[in-house]
Every structure is written in structure tokens, then in C-alpha cells.
Design a protein around this ligand. Sequence first.
Ligand code: ARG
Length: 630
Amino acid sequence: CSITGLEALLHKAGLDTPVPVFPGADIVHNPQDIFRAYLADTLQRLIDCDRSVAYDAIQPSNVTGAGDLVVVSPRLRVKDVAPKDLAADLALKFPRSPPFSCPFVDGIHLRVLSSPNTLPRLLLPYINDRKASYGYDETIGLADQLNPEGGQRKIVIEFSSPNMASNFTLSHWRSTLVGAFVANLFDRFGWNVVRMNYLGDWGKQIGLLVAGWQRFASEDDFQASPARHLLHVFSQVQEAFKPEQESLKAAKGETKETAQIESHGIAAERDDFFKKMEDREPEALALWQRFRDATVTNYINSYARLGIKFDEYSGESQVTQASLDEVESVLKEKGAYEESEGFWIIDFSKHDAKRLATAKLRYRNGTTTYLLRDIAAVLDRYKAHAFDRMIYVAGAEQEMHFQRIIKALQLMDRKDLADKIQHVSFARITGLGPSFADCALLDDYLERCQSSVQEYMAGENPEDVFFKQDQDTLGSIGLSALQVHDLNHKRTTGYSGDVKTMMNLQGETGTAFQNCYVRLLSVLSEHPDDIDYASLDYSELETEDYTELLRIMAQYPDVAAASYKTMEPAGIVGYVFRLVDQLMITLDDEQDHDCEGRETLVRARMALFENARQVLENALKLLGVTPVNL
Ligand code: ARG
């Protein structure tokens, strides 16, 4: 995909003058930038403005029928001419030559369309040369774009992170989907990505689990279904613990009373066991290890069904003593660590961060807190990975927690680390309807995906359905439905879902996207021969339907780049919807045409559909959706 290859391609597409050079244009990765560069050059000649002014006056349109590129005339900063008149004047003077067809005026905007002649000739070989990498500038992830030997930048992306022996919640579900997407984004844009699952496998609640284990465990049930049995034991002990919790609540944090209540009963068992774990007592650790191994095995399998593979199952238990010591000694040294009623705390309000209040780092009996472990985990991760960036994909309700981590690092004089880390947050899912209401493990979500799509499909007209309806395929379709429904919302938007909306065969759903993908596969399977791009008769592809499809295909790199900047998946879903919509229209229209005996047309449209398929595959995979097979 070099510049030289590109020049030959442009020449064949009828563009005889070299692409004008603009610093912002990335013609190797983005075909739209080729059009932008020609357009900016034309504008600059017409009004004799600064080249960068001309380039910056151009916007993408991304709306059907509203042009491919839009010149916003006031941005051209031409004095003494009304923007509307300027747009009209530009339209009159606009040269009739490739790669554009006749522009049209829309108020202060000049809407410019890429020509139906240039589009297929340029775009099909362009996409075919790039295939799975079409849409992504992988040099973005390089440490030094001018000196690729410097290697890739490294990013740790922590997501999903469920808690051992607790339900896999809707928040873990959203973290999994958004996290997988964010990890794919950085991966595609050339970063070295470490996908990390930070299990909630340590802390007082594990002590509580053990208190439950001693009362309610059944070795047989544990053998049969370890992860589920742990959940069962945990929910039973939570029930048994309720009366104590009520008294604790009534004590309203009153130090003496709280201490008194916690000194016996289940609370005491819980705290004692956790203390034994932290003191690394072999017996305690062996029991905990059994629980952890069972949990990890269960999750590895479930994530595999989702197409996710973590590079590391870290967890709160894995935080090293060395890093815990380092955090505490440095905080002490900087005067930011204090003892208060037997706890060790940071009073953030004393350090220009009133809103972060005070936070406990060690309990009275000397055990560590979630926060202390998390701060130390940053040091561990940096020692292991020397990351350039680190991202936590977790719910907005933990915002304050992550701000405290960052602030604590600043207090430790580790601004270098604090600046590298970021919380990518999301709002709550309020529910996914009755079918998903009692999901407790990730497996449950995956099973419900399958059963609900099966139920839903029963009401659909079989003529509209292109995918196979076996268990495996339906499972994947149902899963894509849930993924797409989630990723179609901005991260800051909470949502609820119901099977009917999520699974709909028409619309912005995973079901519709997969259905279209399979339909394409089936069309392509009719003519499986290799395509020779040099001898294609591109003139066959200049009709309206085909041109519109090509326009959308050309927009993918812009859409992907925008999503990389914001880490928002919704733009990609919206894009896939437009692509799928146009594909379905085109394929429906085609059914009325007779291609029989028209070899050149057949071959040209195969090239078109194969590349459309590739773009669709790229976008789906970026979302974390695995396209199903014929
Ligand atoms: N296990 C936590 C929970 O379920 C999420 C972990 C978020 N990441 C972190 N480094 N604290 O709420």
C-alpha cells in the first residue's frame, strides 16, 4: 500500500495530475483524503487563499444525498463576499473534471460529489490492496511515526473485571463489550495492546465467602459446577449475614459500636479469614486458590464464546507486597498518609481535592482496601509492561475511585504515571428484559442470547432470513444483537433493552447486520472465481445504487478515525447501519435485473460486493462482533 502503488492506481482511475500535497491528508489510508486534497487544491486556485484554510474548510458529509464533501464557505474567510454568494460563485466556476461531478449549492455550503466514474476505479483496488487493514492508520500506534524502528506504543486496557463468587452484573457486561471494542480500536490503530482482566478475587468479601463455605458448601456440587456453587454459597452467607448488617447500619459508622459488632459472628469470621489470606497463611491461600482457579477456568471458556481472549488474568490478589510497601512509604514520606481511628487514610481535602474527601487504605486489623490495592496495581503494571497508556473500562459509579487513584499517584510525585492513566466510563444498563433478569454468570447471558433469538425468529418470515438457524449460528446472532444494542449507545447514555427491539431483523441491530453479511456471502458464492482488478469493466458500476454503495464504503476510514479519537462505538454502529441499508436496497433492486449472459457486469458486481463485504467485516470485527458463516 505504498505511495507509488497508489499513483499507478490513480492514473488508471483517470487522475493524471498527482494528488496535491496537504499536511493533514493521509492518502495512503483514507481514500476520502485523496478527494479532499483535490478539492482543497481546486478551492485554493479559485479563490487564491491559504492552502491550509482551503483544506480546513472541507467537512465530510456522511449523509445520503448530501454530497460526499462539503465546503463550508465562511471558513474560506473571503472578505466582502456573503458566504451564500461565495458558495454560488464557486459552483459556477467549479471545473468539470475528475474526480468530481457537478457540485450543488445548499445555502452557505457547496456540496461536492465524487464522480461515479472515479469511485469504482479508485476504491475497489484500493480496498482490495488493504483488505482487513482498510480503515486504519496503523502508524498511529508507533512510538515515532517518522522512525518506525522505534516500535509500537503499549497500552494496557483493563476491562470486564468481575468479582469472584459474585454475580456477573450488567455493569460487567457493559465493561466487557465496551472494553473489547476499545481494545480492538487501539489494536487496529497499531498499538501494542495488553487486554487485562482484573478480577475481584481478594478482600473482605472473600472472607465472607469462606464463612459461607464452612456452613453451606457441598463438595459434590462444587465438583459438578464450581463457579455456580460458589455463587450459591455466597448468596446463602449473604442472607445469613443480613441481621449483622442491619445492626451495622443502625450503628451509623459509630466507631465503638461498629467495632463491637464486628468483633464476633460472621463479620469476625470474615475479617479473620481475610487477615489470614493477607498474612499468606498456606491453608487459607490453598482454599482461596481452589476458588480462584475454578472461577478463571469458567471465565476463560465464556470469554472465548464471546471471541475475547485476555492476555492477563490479574486481580486484586496479585498485587505485590513490594508495591503496597512502596505506595505506603512514599505517601508517608510526602505527608499524605495518616492514621485515623486505627485506619490508614488519605485525607484528599487537605491536598486540594476536597471533592475526593477521605479514603481508607488500610483497615483497623491491618488488611488492605480496594483503593490501596488499586494504587499499588498501577506500579505493578508499570513494572511489568512499561505502558505508554493505561485505561480502565468501568462504570461511571466508580469515577471517584479512579480519580482517587490518579490523585494518590500525584501525591506520590508520580505525575508521570498519573498522566498515563484514564478511566473510560459508561452509564448504567437498567435492564435487558425478563429473559436476562436472572443472569448470574457470563454463561447465562450467552445462553439467553441463544434462546431469545430462537424465540424471536420463530415469528419472522423465513424468506427474509438468510442465516442458518442451527444452535451455534443462532447463539452468535443473539450475541451480536446484544453487542450492537449496547454499542449503539454513547458511553454516557444509560439504556434498557428488550428482546424484540434488540433482535429485530430490520434496523440497527446485530441480527440485521449479520443477516446482510450472510446474504452477501451467498451472492458471492455464486461466482467464486478470483477477481482481476486490472481487467474489470468499471463502467458497469456507474449506476446510482452502486455509486451510493461506493460512497459509503469510501467513508469508513473517516468514521473509524473519529471513533478512535472519542472511543465511542455508536458512530461505527450508525455507519454499519447505513452500509447495510444500502446493501439491502442494492441487492433487492438487483433481483429485478437479469445479469444472465452479461459476464462483464457479473464480474464487476462481484468485485463490488466482495469489497463491500470486506468493509462490513472490518467494521463488525472492530465492534467485537464475529460475522457468521453461510
Ligand atoms: N471488580 C470491580 C467491580 O466489579 C471492577 C474493577 C474495576 N477496575 C479496577 N482497577 N478497580 O466493581
